[in-house]
Design a protein around this ligand. Structure first.
Ligand code: SF4
Length: 626
């Protein structure tokens, strides 16, 4: 066995559940995982080569084929596409002589497309050798390739300063700007570092901590909205040799970047939240699952943890509390949107493909390594700290009756001030658009592609009969109300992504197609519904956009949208939402394409329809008249 591989395996005590970390180290050392390495890793960990292979093949940032010395992962999220993705892609290809998806013959440059990297407020963006390059233009893309060919380091390729105007720590060495536009209870500067651990936990029992969080009605901020206090209470009662707190920092929902900002500028409050959750539930192990795209924060975050250990805020007898032993490690993801789902994340943390588990059992009963596991979002943990400091009643004074507190919105798209807005629940979409300086708005995507595409057209005035004509798919909001809709948990929940589209945007051809591509790319493939239907729906959409749609096609889309709801996890269950939501709120666009609303397509072109199939079998379509 190669000495290097042996030392990597030894570093992780040949623990197969640390396969993701092992593969990261192999990728860092060799740039790919060769067949020989797969064999050595499999032997060393006593798992099959197939198991190693299936983990490698699942994640965007692992490869069993050599990658380039410089690897450019260009982000194709919708806002990136709206700001010149296509031109930048062309420049990268032309200047490097490499096509996307490949490495040049000299091994210098690899070009890849990747889903949202959490930079919607400053895209188009790309990751080049783990470093983020924002606000790309064709000129900048050309300069990057030129610099690479001249042998410049990635650091030398950077064209903007280190977090200009923000508090980015030098260790992050980043050009990212955090664009915090509005602060409230969470982002206020009155937070005193680790005050709760030092002064409050020592005087209050775990039950008292849970009670405050329960009374505040804090709900998970990742989008699902489960009551946090209840989750902590369940977790504290589950038997197990160990109990785990996971902080979910795998925000992959296109358009969301709030966790990026919290972790960059408020990481201490998140770690403090994890320690509080551990105290409340008697957990002894903590893991922050950091999406690979945020690897630039890793060194900084580890430094924060080391500082906490030095100050007895992690480790044994934390803050002098006898037998309160808890520590946190950071688990780096490897690029898979579905790992934001808590059970998929746990699979990934155990070194496997990030495929969601069947539930029950829920993670709180049997999660990471089969121990009771409490998974909380970054924003949720930070909110809990503020609640314990100021009390449940104080927290309840923010927001509305059924949606308490504040919400961090990640606002991007067609507006003058993209960025993070901490707003009270109950704010209307109209107000958010005004804050963000958005004009000439046609649509707003609330909650990312799996959320709702809101039409700014006020349809309150439509008659009930007219509204009833609009099919309302189950699981989606009962009726589109208006542009004045207020953000709240029960009616319009959101993980925080708000993407604005002006009237110039092509809602079907540009927006909905992009979102469907995202779901097609990110399905883990376990369920046939989620694996196949988004692709089939996209083909149907293309047919409609191309002017070959008939009345039944819209009904087919709606029916398939119902079928896909039986998929195992939230990704599949919501994968049809871009289509369903646009039919619900932009039906006129479909009907414009299906002009005659005929029952059959009288312009069907057989040659065109079978050309793809013929290309696979290497045959030319022979027209019977030729
Ligand atoms: Fe995987 Fe999709 Fe099924 Fe979820 S719904 S388990 S992502 S195939």
């Amino acid at each position: 066995m190669k000495e290097k591989i042996k030392s990597i395996l030894d570093k992780y005590q040949t623990d197969a559940s640390r396969l993701i970390d092992i593969l990261h180290e192999v990728m860092d050392e060799y740039g790919f995982v060769s067949a020989e390495t797969i064999s050595q890793v499999s032997e060393g960990l006593r798992i099959s080569e197939a198991q190693v292979n299936e983990t490698i093949s699942f994640y965007h940032f692992f490869s069993d084929k050599p990658r380039g010395k410089y690897n450019i992962f260009l982000n194709n999220s919708i806002t990136s596409c709206m700001r010149g993705f296509k031109d930048i892609k062309e420049v990268f290809e032309k200047e490097s002589g490499v096509e996307f998806g490949n490495v040049g013959s000299d091994g210098l440059i690899g070009l890849y497309i990747t889903s949202c990297i959490g930079m919607n407020d400053q895209g188009p963006a790309a990751i080049i050798n783990d470093r983020i390059f924002t606000k790309l233009t064709p000129y900048r893309a050309k300069s990057i390739i030129k610099g690479i060919k001249e042998g410049k380091t990635v650091e030398e390729l950077v064209y903007e300063g280190n977090g200009d105007g923000n508090n980015a720590h030098p260790l992050m060495n980043t050009m990212i700007v955090n664009n915090i536009r509005m602060k409230s209870l969470l982002l206020n500067n009155d937070y005193k570092k680790y005050e709760i651990i030092k002064d409050y936990l020592t005087k209050n029992s775990p039950q008292e901590i849970i009670q405050i969080v329960e009374e505040s009605n804090l709900r998970g901020r990742g989008g699902a909205g489960f009551p946090t206090g209840l989750k902590w209470k369940f977790g504290s009662k589950m038997p197990g040799e160990h109990r785990i707190i996971i902080c979910n920092a795998d925000e992959g929902e296109p358009g969301t970047f709030k966790d990026r900002v919290i972790l960059t500028e408020y990481s201490d409050i998140v770690f403090e939240g994890m320690v509080i959750a551990a105290y409340a539930t008697a957990a002894d192990m903590g893991v922050l699952y950091l999406r690979y795209e945020y690897r630039y924060m890793l060194e900084f975050l580890n430094t924060q943890l080391a500082e906490m250990r030095n100050n007895s805020l992690l480790g044994d007898n934390i803050a002098g509390i006898k037998d309160f032993n808890f520590d946190i490690r950071i688990q780096l993801g490897a690029g898979a949107y579905v790992c934001g789902e808590e059970s998929a994340m746990i699979e990934s943390m155990e070194g496997k493909r990030g495929e969601p588990r069947d539930k029950p059992p829920f993670p709180v009963e049997r999660g990471y390594l089969d121990y009771p596991t409490i998974v909380n979002n970054v924003e949720t943990l930070a909110s809990a700290v503020r609640i314990i400091k100021n009390g449940a009643e104080w927290y309840k004074s923010f927001g509305t009756n059924d949606s308490l507190g504040t919400k961090l919105l990640s606002v991007s798209g067609d507006c003058r001030f993209p960025g993070i807005y901490e707003v009270n629940w109950g704010v209307s979409i109209k107000e958010v658009l005004e804050m963000a300086g958005a004009e000439n708005v046609q649509a707003v995507q609330v909650g990312g592609p799996s959320g709702t595409l809101v039409n700014v057209k006020d349809i309150d005035n439509l008659t009930k009969t007219e509204l009833m004509k609009w099919y309302k798919p189950s699981g989606m909001m009962a009726a589109q109300k208006s542009f004045d809709r207020k953000l709240c948990y029960s009616d319009l929940p959101t993980g925080g992504s708000i993407i604005i589209f002006n009237k110039e945007r092509d809602i079907l051809g540009e927006v909905v197609m992009n979102f469907m591509d995202f779901f097609i790319e990110e399905s883990c493939g376990s369920c046939s519904t989620c694996r196949n239907l988004p692709y089939i729906m996209k083909q149907k959409l293309i047919k409609i956009i191309d002017g070959h749609g008939v009345r039944d096609d819209i009904d087919d889309l709606l029916n398939w949208g119902k079928i896909i709801k039986v998929s195992r996890c939230g990704l599949g269950q919501t994968a049809a939402n871009p289509v369903l939501s646009s039919i619900l709120n932009f039906r006129h666009l479909y009907e414009e394409h299906v002009k005659a609303m005929t029952d059959y397509d009288n312009q069907f072109e057989l040659a065109k329809s079978v050309s793809a199939a013929n290309s696979f079998v290497g045959r030319k379509f022979i027209h019977h008249n030729s």
